[in-house]
Design a protein around this ligand. Structure first.
Ligand code: ATP
Ligand code: MG
Length: 375
């Protein structure tokens, strides 16, 4: 029986340094390596799933795919068939279903889909059964979600050597510290995802206070960018949400934003060139202001009321940013500045090099440590 774990103990942690990693889009580089158990880190986000495992060269393979499924009718068999991941999103953009969009699955069908999705990853990327799997998951809001998470984890065909689950906000903070130091510390982590903003304080690995908001998210920024481009081009250019997300990921930048030039073919007008001056950074700036407001108004007051000493401590330690939105250049400096101004004291805000991959890398480190510790 697998317990989604709240704590893996307070023993001395191995300092595993900062391994180099490569990206793998297929299973060519991923084969069973030896008879030893393989440590695996798996982050299943509402939008993106990230898988981390070691390769032959002694570095890490990292796979990113969309957390989605599409059902279609197979013309030969006449039966309903299923496609997952990027492939599903590309071929069935109109009907693709993101099974974790609203957090952890709440109904039996979504639990089944989530389990099938994991088995698809196991098959496609050849994840060995003889592995130790740590799953980084979205915030668990209620008992139903907790029960479903347990069911998904215990049903996996991988993780024969062991399995555990930790929140994404916690796993994402691990690479920002040395080794597994996060497990011995009290700190605040802000996970900036596509569907939610998750703010948590952890003490020795246990969540002390957590607030999750669906009103501040990467997806909302994308929607505003789409509307902005329409307005900035006097209604001539209509981009879809996927393009808006790509503009944000490629061009949003607090340090050095340059206007974006693009062109589309428009019926009657031919090729139409346009310039985007404000429509990317305005929503991103609003997002950052909303994040700071949420920390100041929705998070700190309750934390200070319930755990005053912890609140004081959190302000003297670095605050960690994780999740894809934290990749925007200059965003953490901006949040640090705004928070310091609001609090009238200097706070430090840090993140790892790749905050979007950090939860999966952190999960991988937990697996790796657990295996080493057992030996
Ligand atoms: N380089 C980047 N620059 C800007 N935004 C990025 C970048 N990479 C990812 N994002 C954005 O981050 C968000 C995805 O973050 P992440 O992968 O942490 O979310 P998730 O875990 O799938 O979702 P959630 O945490 O809501 O469950 C999306 O809005 C995406 O566009
Ligand atoms: Mg996430």
């Amino acid at each position: 029986m697998v317990e989604p774990n709240d704590n893996i103990g307070n023993d001395t942690m191995a300092d595993d340094g900062n391994p180099a990693y490569g990206f793998a889009e297929n299973n060519n580089t991923m084969r069973k390596r030896s008879t030893d158990s393989i440590p695996i880190g798996l982050k299943i986000g509402s939008t993106r799933t990230v898988l981390v495992m070691p390769n032959y060269e002694g570095s890490l393979d990292i796979v990113r795919t969309l957390t989605c499924v599409a059902k279609y009718r197979d013309l030969f068999t006449g039966k309903l068939a299923t496609k997952f991941g990027d492939e599903a999103a590309e071929e069935y953009a109109d009907s693709v279903y993101f099974m974790f969009r609203a957090g952890l699955p709440q109904d039996d069908d979504s639990v089944k889909l989530a389990a099938q999705f994991i088995e698809y990853l196991v098959y496609k990327y050849n994840i060995p059964e003889n592995s130790y799997v740590t799953l980084a998951h979205p915030a668990v809001e209620n008992d139903r979600g907790r029960k479903n998470l347990k069911e998904i984890i215990s049903g996996m065909s991988i993780g024969r050597a062991g399995r555990q689950a930790w929140s994404e906000a916690f796993c994402g903070a691990i690479p920002a510290f040395d080794g597994l130091d996060a497990i011995k510390k009290t700190f605040m982590s802000v996970n900036m995802g596509s569907t939610t903003l998750e703010m948590s304080v952890f003490r020795n690995g246990e969540p002390v206070h957590t607030v999750t908001l669906g009103t501040i998210s990467g997806n909302i920024v994308d929607r505003k960018i789409r509307l902005g481009v329409q307005n900035e081009t006097q209604g001539i250019v209509n981009i879809d949400l996927n393009t808006a997300r790509k503009y944000k990921e490629e061009f949003a930048n607090f340090i050095d934003y340059k206007p974006v030039y693009d062109s589309v073919h428009i019926h009657d007008k031919g090729q139409y060139g346009f310039k985007i001056e404000k429509s990317i950074m305005k929503p991103v700036e609003e997002y950052v202001n909303n994040v700071v407001e949420a920390i100041m108004e929705n998070f700190f007051p309750q934390l200070a009321q319930d755990h005053y000493q912890t609140y004081k401590r959190v302000l003297s330690e670095p605050i960690i940013l994780t999740g894809g939105m934290a990749c925007i250049p200059g965003l953490k400096e901006r949040i640090q500045q705004l928070l310091s101004d609001e609090l009238e004291q200097k706070v430090t805000v840090i993140s790892s090099d790749r905050p979007d991959l950090a939860p999966a890398i952190g999960a991988y480190r937990i697996s790796e440590y657990t295996l080493q510790y057992r030996e």
